[in-house]
Structures are given as structure tokens and as C-alpha cells.
Design a protein around this ligand. Structure first.
Ligand code: HEC
Ligand code: HEC
Length: 207
């Protein structure tokens, strides 16, 4: 009788231990830490400060000036309400448009003056079809994870990701077409938060 009792007790303990390790494992696998891809020195890591910085970054990424070129579909978005681009230019393989609807036919190296005129940059285009870099519809958790994954961010390592804050197309966000709002932070504030997020470990907010 006593023997059976011990057997049951130890059985329960084994089960409990199994459960605990299972839970711990799943946390580790789907945890908030995205620095798996990024070689951040341990002493610099600070998950709280990193996540806080990312929340600021996220408010910029999801603003129309950025999201309109990072749509989930293959047509860019326009305006403050991010409606589908008039005349439906398509992404195309290289993100530069298809057939007669090449982005740079209308988007000049500089903003074209006037309301509802195309904003400009010499290299105006969407991310390519095989690496869409979608922001639209992504939660902060999902987007943080995507941004640091070289398989989804165009093969960027930590250094390249940091440098991307000064990318030409990123900067167009702060030189919008007439009548369009700028992102919610200045470029300097955005850059500071972007670098802080990455250098403190590139942690993702909880799902
Ligand atoms: C004219 C379209 C356009 C606009 C506007 C634009 N982007 Fe992009 N973005 C792109 C393209 C194209 C790429 C891919 C090329 C590259 O990675 O250099 C890209 C790549 C990125 C990446 C790298 C993606 C990743 O997963 O790491 C980030 C980050 C980014 N953009 C942020 C922004 C921010 C922030 C803004 C607004 C301030 C913005 N973009 C506005 C077209 C745009
Ligand atoms: C036939 C001309 C034309 C073509 C081709 C074209 N665009 Fe546009 N685009 C415009 C015009 C005009 C506007 C301004 C519309 C407005 O403000 O009402 C605009 C606005 C945009 C905006 C919104 C900018 C913002 O900050 O809200 C994005 C993003 C955009 N275009 C991306 C693209 C991309 C990417 C391509 C190629 C795949 C492309 N466009 C092809 C004419 C064009």
C-alpha cells in the first residue's frame, strides 16, 4: 500500500517537473528576446529600456509616411488614411512597378510641388516581392521580431540595421508631399530610439 502511494507521489512529481520544463521551454522559444540574431554585448542589454525605445520606433513605423510604402498587399498606400494607391501601381518583382506603371515615371527625384502631387526620391520604390518587409497590420511584437531577422530584413546585421536609420527612403518620411503630416517623432528622436532599441538588445514587446 505504502509502496503504491510512493509510486503515485513520485509519478506526480515527475509530471509536475515535466510540465514546468515544458512551460519554461515554450517561453524561451517564443520569448520576447529577439537578440538571438544580433550579437549584442551582454553588459549593454536592458530589456526594459530596449522595449520602451521600440514603442517609440513603432509609432513612427506605423505612421502613414512609412507604412504607405510597407503595405501587406502589392499596391502602395496613400494619404493619412492609407488608402490603396490610385491607378493601382503594382509592386513588381523588384518593387519598382510593372510595365508602364514604374514608380519613377511619376515620382521624381524631388517632391513635385502642389497638393496631391507625387512625393519624390531618385530611388522611390517598394520592398521587392521576395522580401516584402510588411509593416501594415503588424503588432509591435511581430514587427520587432521581423526587423531583426536577416531572412526578413534584407540580410541586415546589427551594424546595417543601425545605419538604416539614415537611409534615403526613411528620410523621405520627414520631407512629405504638400499637405501631408510628418511622423510623430523628429528624425533625430527616431534615430536615437532606433539605436537604443537595437544596442540594448533588440528586444520585442510582449505579444
Ligand atoms: C518610397 C517608399 C518607402 C518609404 C516612404 C519608406 N520606406 Fe522603408 N523601405 C522601403 C524599401 C524599398 C525598403 C527595402 C530596401 C532596403 O532595405 O534598403 C525599405 C526598408 C525599410 C527598413 C528595413 C526593413 C527591415 O525589415 O529591416 C526599415 C526599418 C524601414 N524601411 C523603415 C522605414 C521608415 C521608418 C520609414 C518612414 C520614416 C520608411 N521606411 C519609409 C521603402 C520605403
Ligand atoms: C501614374 C503616376 C504614379 C505612379 C506610376 C506611381 N505613383 Fe505613387 N503617387 C502618385 C501621386 C500623384 C501621389 C500623391 C497622391 C495624393 O497625395 O493624393 C502618389 C503617392 C504615393 C504614396 C503616398 C505617399 C504618402 O506619404 O502618403 C506612396 C507610398 C506611393 N505613391 C508609392 C508608389 C510606388 C511604390 C509606386 C510604384 C510601385 C508608385 N507610387 C507609382 C503617382 C504615381
Amino acid at each position: 500500500m505504502k509502496n503504491t502511494h510512493t509510486k503515485i507521489t513520485s509519478g506526480v512529481i515527475v509530471m509536475a517537473l515535466l510540465l514546468v520544463s515544458l512551460v519554461a521551454f515554450s517561453f524561451k522559444k517564443d520569448g520576447a528576446n529577439v537578440s538571438d540574431y544580433m550579437a549584442v554585448p551582454d553588459k549593454k542589454k536592458d530589456s526594459i529600456a530596449s522595449v520602451k525605445a521600440f514603442q517609440k520606433v513603432y509609432s513612427v513605423l506605423m505612421s502613414p509616411r512609412c507604412m504607405n510604402c510597407h503595405p501587406k498587399g502589392d499596391v502602395p498606400l496613400q494619404g493619412e488614411d492609407s488608402h490603396l494607391h490610385q491607378m493601382m501601381p503594382q509592386r513588381g518583382k523588384d518593387g519598382k512597378g510593372l510595365y508602364a506603371m514604374k514608380c519613377t515615371n511619376c515620382h521624381q527625384p524631388e517632391n513635385t510641388p502642389g497638393l496631391h502631387m507625387p512625393p519624390g526620391h531618385k530611388d522611390w520604390h517598394l520592398p521587392p516581392a521576395d522580401m516584402k518587409m510588411v509593416f501594415e497590420g503588424k503588432t509591435a511584437h511581430e514587427l520587432a521580431k521581423q526587423l531583426v531577422d536577416p531572412k526578413q530584413n534584407g540580410g541586415k546585421d546589427l551594424k546595417k540595421l543601425v545605419e538604416h536609420a539614415d537611409d534615403g527612403l526613411v528620410k523621405t518620411g520627414w520631407n512629405p508631399g504638400e499637405g501631408l503630416k510628418k511622423p510623430p517623432l523628429t528624425h533625430a528622436e527616431f534615430k536615437k530610439s532606433w539605436i537604443e532599441w537595437i544596442e540594448k538588445g533588440a528586444y520585442a514587446p510582449a505579444p
